[in-house]
Design a protein around this ligand. Structure first.
Ligand SMILES: C[S@@+](CC[C@H](N)C(=O)[O-])C[C@H]1O[C@@H](n2cnc3c(N)ncnc32)[C@H](O)[C@@H]1O
Length: 227
């Protein structure tokens, strides 16, 4: 009888392959080949069928663009205390650490993502503190001591996008810098964002409707206009 995949971090190694991305040859991540079969494996290993998709097993377009931007513009993060929200695989956090950030903390609500961030950071020889907490919940301030908030590909659901936008507003009000990577998901708050750079991100055929997707790095422009 075939051995049952154990839930937890083991699936990160058994269900993925450690490899780089065409846009990011400097970084290697544990990546799955196909989202649906990886999702099924994760649910089978956990013994239930209501798990979140394995976002952590893929480098999303927004994350790839933002990671490329940080590696090409290390001055954006050098020496700064950085947080990466909705970190998934930890790609953006790893890029920030490689670019010389003073300290990097990555947040995700999925425990497997938290484990993947640790495994991926180690594979790249960088230190990232991975935290399983929902810092978007409620109306609290950003964690103390953060100079820069990074968020990539987190505007794909209305509620989440609203929480992210409100969180970024609170960060900006406290003088914390904000950088966003996104391909233009449905709930991206375009009117609040200023484009800094765009990249053609290849190799996305398993995740998006096309293989190469133009993806932009943005900064937050100003406070929301009153309704
Ligand atoms: C599409 S993935 C993006 C991952 C990564 N930033 C990238 O670009 O590759 C979205 C991630 O957001 C996480 N997420 C969803 N809601 C969250 C929340 N309230 N706080 C933190 N992370 C959250 C999911 O678990 C998932 O890992």
């Amino acid at each position: 009888m075939a051995g049952r995949i154990q839930p937890g971090p083991e699936i990160i190694r058994t269900g993925t392959e450690l490899r780089s991305m065409p846009l990011l040859p400097e970084i290697r991540l544990h990546q799955a080949g196909d989202p649906i079969s990886m999702w099924q494996q994760t649910e089978q290993a956990a013994g239930r069928d209501v798990l979140d998709p394995p976002f952590w097993a893929f480098p999303w377009a927004g994350g790839q663009a933002l990671a490329r931007y940080l590696l090409d513009h290390p001055e954006a993060v050098r020496g700064r205390r950085v947080i990466d929200v909705a970190s998934g695989s930890g790609l953006v956090a790893i890029a920030a650490a490689r670019a010389g950030a003073g300290a990097v903390t990555a947040y995700d609500i999925d425990p497997l993502a938290v484990a993947a961030i640790g495994v991926n950071a180690a594979a790249n020889g960088v230190t990232v503190r991975a935290v399983g907490a929902d810092i978007l919940d409620g109306d609290g301030p950003p964690p103390p001591g953060a100079d820069l908030v990074l968020v990539a590909d987190a505007f794909y659901e209305r509620d989440l996008a609203g929480q992210v936008t409100a969180f970024l507003d609170r960060c900006q009000a406290r003088g914390t810098g904000v950088l966003v990577g996104d391909l233009g998901r449905r709930y991206l708050p375009y009117s609040r964002l200023t484009a800094l750079a765009s990249y053609d991100v290849p190799g996305l055929g398993a995740l998006e409707s096309r293989d190469v997707v133009r993806t932009t790095v943005w900064t937050l422009s100003g406070p929301s206009a009153p309704a």
